[in-house]
Design a protein around this ligand. Structure first.
Ligand code: CO8
Length: 258
């Protein structure tokens, strides 16, 4: 029987998706990216889920797009089928917070997948690289766009042009990841973080994510205007009134995610 390319679990309000091609270091083929997209959208539509975690295994988050599969493709194959656009970009439709828990290799498309998540928690063993240049390819799943936005042009050029691999400590220092933890604590820390986030008001989380993403898509004035509209919209949210009332009454808020 074929192994499932992703394994899905849930813990409270947290949806967990584990990439599951360990023999290929979770190389990202169509079956895996289709399944990942499907599960992401399913958790995004699930009213009992407030945050999503994507993770791999100890040796690899993902070692990139599946090179063995791509080797024989022609230009027409990828152009007509919309390679990358057709399934890798599904993650951009997800409105709930998505956290990447990265241990071991996050290379090429694996690094780009992590970059497409909202928060990256890295184990000390994590290694980040965009080594497509070694294949005479380019980081074409958002890498040339998201990496410089994350760590600046100088470091991004270095990584993309030389295939330099960053340790977790370097990735932390450069702002590529959100937190670094000992390997043994990766799952626990990430799930606690995800549970904490999922405990907040979901529409507020969605508004914050949308506003922050807007910072990359617009001028400062447009971004500030967008943020201001989102802020005003908070006053139409029952949870926002509950949150402020609970603070004044010195009690825990009871969010209904409305
Ligand atoms: N694709 C397919 N198979 C892979 C991949 C991959 N990306 N990475 C590892 N594997 C396979 C190996 O072929 C090997 O299979 P087998 O046991 O059958 O020989 C198995 O996984 C284990 O790998 P290694 O024996 O190589 O393990 P090591 O610990 O010696 O090395 C490395 C680990 C350093 C991660 C090494 O496997 C490696 O360099 N992998 C390739 C990394 C890479 O170049 N990634 C970028 C790929 S291109 C990409 O992601 C682009 C996406 C963006 C859009 C598309 C444009 C190209």
């Amino acid at each position: 029987m074929l192994e499932e390319p992703v394994i899905v679990a849930r813990e409270g309000r947290v949806g967990i998706i584990t990439l599951n091609r360990p023999a290929q270091l979770n190389a990202l083929n169509d079956a895996l990216m289709d399944a990942l997209g499907r599960e992401l959208l399913s958790f995004d539509q699930d009213k009992d889920i407030g945050a999503i975690v994507i993770t791999g295994n100890e040796k690899a988050f993902a070692a990139g797009a599946d090179i063995a599969v791509m080797a024989d493709w022609s230009y027409m194959d990828v152009y007509q089928s919309g390679f990358i656009t057709r399934n890798w970009e599904t993650i951009r439709q997800v409105r709930k917070p998505v956290i990447a828990a990265v241990s071991g290799f996050a290379m090429g498309g694996g690094c780009e997948l992590a970059l497409a998540c909202d928060i990256i928690v890295a184990a000390e063993s994590a290694k980040f690289a965009l080594p497509e240049i070694k294949l005479a390819m380019l980081p074409g799943a958002g890498g040339t766009q998201r990496l410089p936005r994350a760590i600046g042009k100088a470091k991004a050029m270095d990584m993309c042009l030389s295939a330099r691999m960053l340790s977790a400590e370097e990735a932390d220092r450069y702002g590529l990841v959100s937190r670094v933890v000992p390997d043994a604590q990766l799952t626990d820390t990430t799930l606690k973080l995800a549970a904490q986030i999922a405990g907040y008001s979901l529409p507020a989380l969605m508004a914050i994510k949308e506003s922050l993403n807007r910072a990359h898509e617009s001028s400062l004035s447009e971004g500030i205007l967008f943020e201001r509209r989102e802020l005003h919209a908070r006053f139409a949210s029952a949870d926002a009134h509950e949150g402020m009332r609970a603070f004044i009454e010195k009690r825990k808020p009871d969010f209904q995610h409305r």
